[in-house]
Design a protein around this ligand. Sequence first.
Ligand SMILES: *Cc1c(COP(=O)(O)O)cnc(C)c1O
Length: 475
Amino acid sequence: MKYISTRGQSPALSFSQILLGGLAPDGGLYLPERYPQLSDADLSAMRGLSYADLAFAILSRFVDDIPANDLKTIIDKTYRADVYAYTRNGQSAADITPTLKLEENLYLLSLSNGPTLAFKDMAMQLLGNLFEYVLTKEGKTTNILGATSGDTGSAAEYAMRGKKGIRVFMLSPHKKMSRFQTAQMFSLQDDNIFNIAVNGVFDDCQDMVKAVSNDAAFKAQYKIGAVNSINWGRIVAQVVYYFKAYFAVTQDNSQKVDFSVPSGNFGNVCAGHIARMMGLPIDKLIVATNENDVLDEFFKTGVYSPRGSANTYHTSSPSMDISKASNFERFVFDLVGRDSDKTRALWSKVDSGGNFDLNADGYFAKIADYGFVSGSSNHAQRMQTIRETKAKYDVVIDTHTADGLKVAKAYFDKNTPMVVLETALPAKFEDAIVEALGDVPERPAALAGIESLPQRFTVMDASADQIKDFIIKNT
Ligand SMILES: *Cc1c(COP(=O)(O)O)cnc(C)c1O
């Protein structure tokens, strides 16, 4: 299986060759040259597999340059009950991604039982083990440089801590993350994890990462790597739980299922799109946004109009506060019939601050063939959904999941199973839950008092030279 760029001007590469990188050299995103196709018999053989065995059955169709035994070992080491242990509502950790029935045909898919209480652990933990394997095999090292406003940084650090050949330099805006998120990251004492609190906002952190990445000589000499949301390894790992959920809520492969996905960078729902393209019987893929509704606007009108960081709202579902969806190009590439010239032309508009309209040439009319629909939610609706879910089902959900459930209800026809992806546990966003319910949400016992642990971090001004110096001194 080779991987091609959506912009068509980079050579096709293997899985291990694209694993450690980000964008393709032509600025595009990597996708497999074709999606593996699963027959009814393939699906039946997968039904009933454990999470790890299912992950191997799926990932081995995308990875052909890691020996099968090694891939199996990496997967078994990743998807263990003791890694995804923070279950609630009487669920079993052995399921890794248990489903919770709210009412007939309405389910939550628990994806947030990993170490940082958000769905990003599902893919990032695998990436940590894959990175270590590939680097060790090739005798290489990497210095991962990233910027975070909370969820991505913590997931990356918990996945990479203690890994051979890997250092993580994670920039976050000083005093702008929640106390819990700060404590999660800054209490890590591993030698290979460097937390840098930047005097500035998230965009300042991102600008520092960009400035370093644009310095090709520095980037090469210090082996700067990334684990951002466009990483193909993250997307493909997320494909697995769509299958797991499908088998959990159906009896046979003639049934179709709808998924509602709280979305920001379009990574999670892109994995659902790929599962559907492989032949998983998904009817609708529901893209749920918050007030930052660029994607909802696209799926309703055919116009994609990114807003820029100055016009991004800060909401109570902050991990979806994104106005330019970095993985969206992958879907559009498929939608335009994998025409890389067309994709390149569309993104030359986006990259120069413009927008595009897919109503011409009949592209937008084809969206229905891909199952996509969308909706958005706002603060009041989110609070209302959290309250209703508690009152009706005695289940506490977080603000992002609430956006997903709110939008799901508009499409729920009661006959088709609807699975809402739970992208974080409520304990991660305590203040919003207190606002909705008046009570502090339950927190996993192992994380009680995490705010009072000693913290390890360096404060720095928003300067590319300062972070470069810091990397030089610490490698
Ligand atoms: C990252 C994140 C999202 C958005 O996921 P995308 O893959 O960027 O669409 C939603 N909810 C939570 C809690 C997240 O951390």
